[in-house]
Design a protein around this ligand. Structure first.
Ligand code: GDP
Length: 242
């Protein structure tokens, strides 16, 4: 029951911290958390290899080459926690990372990041696409602890049809998601404003999309601190300040 209520909550109520002082505090607390332990837990090529659903999870998805590995590395302040983009065959897994390890031996992490397999490979064989769909869909639909998904969109290209398919899958699974524009250092400010506006307008048409669009550059660090704070708030609740 609780899960349904949480997931179906209207996105407007989730709007982020607006008070600048509180925002700065939240960003600092999130940064402290991510500068602590972040450990690779396991890869799950199939559902039976998922870890026990014991702590909240935040999943990351996007077209291959969107900058997902770079964003995960930037958020966690690590150089290579997530592998840089590789061939289609190697990316058909859900990769789990533990964030925050309490002192007690054997205690659970505070939450987990989940690196989902990239989509939209131009030359991916039908079988690979089908396997991706089955794995991702079952994970999204069955994962009670999934607190939020981040859908990454390359700011140079905006939302593409493959992203729309992903967004619709999330809408239908009733999994709330944030849209994150990546590589914003690569385009002019005026173009970024246009693409951000178009993305926000499209997000409004998707029931499970958060209304705020995150503008990020893993290369220059733009938007990373705010996204870190949003991820921690999504996983642990707004009140968490470590
Ligand atoms: P993935 O396939 O989604 O994991 O994408 P990667 O993180 O491997 O990034 C794909 C390419 O985009 C790499 O060459 C990265 O260096 C580059 N890239 C990723 N993020 C940024 C960014 O914020 N700015 C710039 N300029 N390049 C980026």
């Amino acid at each position: 029951m609780r899960r349904r209520q949480r997931r179906r909550r209207r996105p407007e109520r989730d709007s982020g911290v607006t008070d600048p002082e509180r925002q700065a505090e939240a960003e600092e607390a999130a940064s402290r958390l991510f500068s602590g332990p972040v450990d690779f837990l396991r890869s799950a090529p199939q559902l039976q290899f998922l870890p026990d659903p014991a702590v909240p999870e935040i999943a990351f998805c996007g077209r291959s080459n969107v900058g997902k590995s770079s964003l995960l590395n930037a958020l966690t302040g690590r150089k290579a926690i997530a592998r840089a983009s590789v061939t289609p065959g190697r990316t058909q897994e859900l990769n789990f990372f533990d964030v925050g390890r309490p002192e007690d031996e054997g205690a659970l992490p505070l939450f987990r990041l989940v690196d989902m397999p990239g989509y939209g490979f131009a030359k991916a064989p039908v079988k690979v696409v089908e396997k991706w769909k089955a794995l991702v869909n079952s994970y999204l639909r069955g994962r009670q602890v999934l607190a939020r998904t981040l859908v990454l969109i390359d700011s140079r290209h905006g939302i593409k049809d493959v992203d729309r398919t992903m967004m619709t899958m999330l809408d239908q699974a009733a999994v709330g998601y944030r849209i994150v524009l990546t590589k914003t250092d690569k385009i002019k400010a005026s173009d970024l404003e246009k693409v951000a506006g178009a993305t926000a307008a499209e997000a409004k048409k998707h029931v499970a999309a958060h209304p705020d669009i995150h503008l990020t550059s893993s290369e220059k660090g733009m938007g990373i601190a705010a996204l870190r704070a949003a991820v921690v708030a999504d996983a642990l609740g707004e009140g968490w300040m470590g």
